[in-house]
Design a protein around this ligand. Structure first.
Ligand SMILES: [Zn+2]
Length: 178
């Protein structure tokens, strides 16, 4: 079955956090090479940023920086290696302004989206929410498990959860055949 690849406008935002949704702009299966990258053009980045609430301006340099930051977030949240994220955080805070209420970045700075995402990632890795960080059992996505008993196994029950259930059902039928 050929499926239309997801876009920044219609990809699911199941990460529960902008930094995890950024990591999830790559599609694929656990242990396999990436199948599809949602962030290709400045328009993709603008659309994604607007959906996760980190701004509206982006150019080609911002796309490159966002992909670099995405790799840094992968390392930080998948492999607990935050060195590259720290480099992005320093750049973000050097370009930003601290005011009562928090850090701000001017909208006319084309990297403001990337700075806000770096700030969000820095907050997440410093927060207790990190205990809730999970990797989907089916695809390669990361998400925060906000379920009460912290037992969520998939990024989305409607998608990967159902896929896994379908597969189990098919396997069972296969096994039960004489
Ligand atoms: Zn999944």
């Amino acid at each position: 079955m050929v499926e239309t690849p997801p876009t920044a406008a219609n990809m699911r935002l199941d990460g529960g956090h902008p930094a995890l949704d950024l990591v999830n702009t790559i599609y694929g299966q656990v242990g396999q090479p990436p199948e599809h990258d949602v962030l290709q053009t400045p328009e993709d980045l603008r659309t994604f940023a607007a959906r996760v609430g980190v701004g509206h301006e982006a150019d080609a340099a911002a796309v490159k920086a966002a992909r670099d930051l995405r790799a840094a977030c992968e390392a930080a949240f998948r492999d607990a290696d935050a060195d590259a994220l720290a480099v992005h955080a320093r750049a973000a805070y050097a370009a930003g302004r601290l005011e009562p209420g928090g850090w701000t970045w001017p909208d006319e700075d084309p990297l403001s989206i990337v700075h806000r995402l770096a700030h969000a990632a820095t907050q997440l890795i410093s927060s207790e929410d990190l205990d809730r960080l999970r990797g989907c059992n089916d695809c390669c996505w990361l998400y925060l498990d906000r379920s009460k008993n912290r037992s969520r196994k998939w990024c989305s029950m409607a998608d990967c959860g159902t896929n896994a259930k379908k597969r189990r059902y098919v396997e069972k039928r296969r096994l039960s055949r004489p």
